[in-house]
Design a protein around this ligand. Structure first.
Ligand code: SF4
Length: 74
């Protein structure tokens, strides 16, 4: 099980696609295309390498690292 993943939050996303330009496996970010998101918070799929480039690039903070179980520790 992967403890660290990228989570997409629809709120605030401008759908400009900067994240898809820097990602080496951009199909995992298809969900950020306008009209594609099926939920307001979506974990990015298993092909994501968790390199963090999209997190650094996103101007609105809509892509963030998500650490499973962290809320149980804090
Ligand atoms: S963390 Fe890297 S591989 Fe994963 S979606 Fe972001 S840019 Fe793509």
């Amino acid at each position: 099980m992967q403890r660290v993943r990228i989570k997409y939050t629809l709120d605030g996303c401008f759908h400009e696609g900067d994240c898809r330009k820097v990602c080496l496996v951009p199909h995992v970010l298809d969900t950020v295309i306008k009209g594609r998101a099926v939920n307001t918070e979506i974990p990015i799929g298993p092909d994501c390498t968790r390199c963090g480039l999209c997190v650094d690039t996103c101007p609105t903070g809509s892509l963030k690292f998500d650490i499973k179980g962290l809320s149980k520790l804090l």
